[in-house]
Write a protein that binds this ligand. Structure first.
Ligand code: DC
Length: 227
């Protein structure tokens, strides 16, 4: 199935499986996959390492200037690098997850990330996942998907992911982190998380991954008249 040179935007709540689906769709149709959340996580790790965010999530305004010297890019394997360092593992820790939403709510951080995303997305044929891709970053994306799932299903997924990585989180802590992030992401002033009017909603609480993929494939075939 030959898909035209489009941008596919996949937005939604934390731990709805956006990145797994986006990666698979990209591989299936020969698109580039871009994880916009990784950049917000990379900025968060940077702010933590440079002591530009404190324990109560106060961001030091010096972060704005410091971002000018920050090199975040995706390596050939799709993993996030900070300069010569691969930081993929660090950016997925609970420590980074706990502070990423306040960082992502800072308008100049969003501008910095958006500029990078536009650069990466210039050539089309990309699947990008995040919170505001279909509403703010690429409002003209030709296909928009908005993902949701029940809180219980999302928390269990996130918990299993962390355990598989060798962390020992408390389920209650994971639920709390999800709630906080959802709240901050949906209530911030700049580009809050919401479904774009022209996005197709996918609630995957009771779906297998294969069913999700078939759903996306059907959507693409229907929308672009491809057999
Ligand atoms: O998808 P994720 O959990 O890796 O995203 C991490 C955080 O980054 C999330 O809490 C909100 C923020 N984010 C955002 O504000 N806009 C995006 N396009 C992607 C992520």
């Amino acid at each position: 199935m030959k898909v035209p040179d489009i941008i596919i935007a996949i937005d939604g709540f934390s731990s709805t499986g956006k990145s797994s689906l986006a990666k698979k769709v990209a591989a299936k149709f020969g698109f580039l996959y871009l994880d916009s959340g990784a950049l917000y996580r990379g900025v968060t790790l940077f702010a933590q390492e440079e002591s530009l965010i404190n324990r109560v999530n106060m961001v030091n305004p010096a972060l704005k200037e410091a971002l000018k010297g920050l090199d975040l890019h995706f390596g050939p394997d799709g993993k996030l690098c900070m300069g010569p360092r691969c930081i993929e593992q660090q950016i997925r820790s609970m420590e980074v997850s706990g502070q990423v939403s306040p960082i992502a709510a800072v308008p100049y951080v969003r501008e910095w990330v958006d500029e990078k995303l536009h650069e990466f997305g210039r050539k089309g044929r990309i699947v990008m996942d995040g919170r505001d891709i279909g509403t703010a970053v690429f409002p003209d994306a030709q296909l928009k998907i908005f993902m949701t799932a029940s809180e219980q299903v999302r928390a269990q997924r996130r918990y299993d992911e962390l355990v598989a990585k060798g962390e020992s989180p408390l389920l209650e802590e994971v639920v709390q982190n999800l709630r906080e992030r959802d709240y901050i992401d949906s209530h911030r002033e700049t580009a809050p998380l919401r479904r774009a009017e022209d996005a197709f909603e996918l609630d995957n609480s009771d779906m297998t991954f294969e069913e999700e993929l078939a759903w996306v494939q059907g959507l693409i075939q229907g929308k672009f008249g491809i057999l």
